[in-house]
Design a protein around this ligand. Structure first.
Ligand SMILES: [Fe+2]
Ligand SMILES: [Fe+2]
Ligand SMILES: [Fe+2]
Length: 417
């Protein structure tokens, strides 16, 4: 069991998801927080109980969690977001939300977040057939995408009024429109800034830390690893499923057993790796997916993902240790790594272990420009890095033993002190 605040995880990850939505659809800065805040105020005005409000905020923050997955699996090749069958990301997003420890068993808030009151949405539902939470997210989402509420300028008030009256009973039900205008004034909607929005949500929904079981953590980590992996074209091209982060997480957990870590320790290793590349969500696809060699400038942009992962995870209280293991995964013992350029004296056992398993996975799995190496060739290449004093020789020897035999051993003389 581990104690964290679920909201911390949601806010941290929604920051990265906002970047994906901005990059793929041109949504605004702090988009998911704007949607969550408007949703929370509308839910509050409706007299929703705390549990329903918490779930509404969670679904609003993650309403487009499957956008990268959808683009990766369905749209590459066609490459035109205008041609989206938007129902697909709704279905994938709803399935993903089931991985999270929600407060209620209500469903449909993500699945139906694009339904229009006139039945012209992807599932042809009337407003009466659409869960209220989904209608609320739809309204807040569309309004923010259409009007960019994060940037206030002259004419914005008129724009909001015009947009909402044009879409009354088309996109949004008349009842919801009335509730909207009973709840917000135009000045409430001006200058929606990220930090301020987070504070407004925090003040209504106070921090609630909870003990989550290992299975709940595993599910949460699996969801965010999936989201990260789908942003990477090499992942879906190679296997059409999320491989990289999950592949490393499973191998690292296996190494944790070998070194005699207890269940808590193995879970921390699994979590560290599931989140280690989440900063890749904030690296432009043009760099992340470039099939050929990166230019020096592009490589610098790619390298920022480690620092971005660190920034995202720094918002989650209780993740301090595993965050350190995660964000140092590109550091090298000789100081030639990134993003801090740390060296042997700064790098503890777990940081070295994560780095080695990350390299092993990268060598062993197929990429668009190469097939996966055999275990023996991967270890041979890693031994060259050991000779250059870049990675830990003892860990590479253990990796050879465990991954080579695929035998789960539970004790080992090289266990960390
Ligand atoms: Fe959406
Ligand atoms: Fe959105
Ligand atoms: Fe990385």
């Amino acid at each position: 069991m581990k104690e964290i605040c679920f909201k911390d995880v949601l806010f941290a990850c929604s920051q990265a998801l906002d970047y994906v939505e901005y990059e793929l659809l041109g949504a605004t800065n702090h988009h998911s927080k704007s949607v969550a805040w408007m949703g929370m105020e509308l839910g509050n005005a409706l007299g929703m109980c705390d549990k329903d409000l918490i779930d509404l905020v969670a679904c609003a923050l993650l309403h487009d969690n499957a956008l990268a997955e959808y683009i990766a699996t369905e749209l590459r090749g066609m490459g035109n977001p205008e041609m989206m069958d938007i129902g697909i990301h709704c279905k994938l997003g709803e399935r993903n939300i089931e991985y999270l420890p929600m407060a209620t068993n209500e469903d449909g808030a993500v699945l139906y977040h694009h339904e229009n009151a006139d039945c012209s949405g992807p599932f042809g539902r009337t407003a009466k057939e659409t869960p209220l939470a989904a209608q609320i997210i739809h309204l807040a989402d569309q309004l923010d995408v259409a009007l960019d509420l994060g940037h206030w300028e002259e004419g914005k008030s008129e724009g909001i009024q015009k947009y909402l009256s044009m879409n009354r009973n088309r996109c949004f039900s008349g009842e919801l429109m009335d509730l909207f205008w009973d709840t917000f004034t135009l000045s409430d909607l001006s200058n929606l800034e990220g930090g301020e929005l987070e504070m407004r949500i925090e003040s209504r929904l106070p921090r609630r830390t909870a003990l989550y079981s290992h299975q709940q953590f595993r599910d949460m980590a699996t969801l965010f690893a999936r989201i990260t992996d789908y942003k990477s074209a090499s992942t879906f091209r190679s296997a059409s499923t999320c491989r990289n982060s999950m592949g490393i997480a499973e191998k690292l957990e296996q190494m944790g057993h070998y070194y005699g870590y207890d269940a808590e320790g193995c879970m921390d290793l699994f979590m560290a790796v599931a989140f280690h590349d989440i900063g890749k969500l904030m690296v432009p696809n043009a760099v992340l997916e470039k099939p050929g060699r990166l230019t020096a400038g592009e490589y610098e942009i790619m390298k920022t993902h480690a620092e971005k992962s660190d920034g995202i995870l720094s918002h989650i209280k209780g993740f301090e240790t595993l965050r350190k293991w995660a964000f140092q995964h590109h550091e090298k013992l000789d100081g030639s790594g990134y993003f801090k350029g740390l060296s042997a004296g700064d790098l503890g056992f777990e940081e070295r272990l994560v780095a080695c398993v990350d390299i092993y996975q990268a060598l062993a799995e197929p990429r668009p420009y190469k097939s996966g190496l055999t275990h023996a060739v991967a270890i041979k290449m890693m031994l060259k890095m050991v000779k250059k004093h870049q990675i830990d020789g003892g860990i590479v020897a253990d990796l050879d033993r465990v991954m080579g035999s695929r035998v789960h051993l539970f004790t080992n003389s090289h266990a960390p002190g």
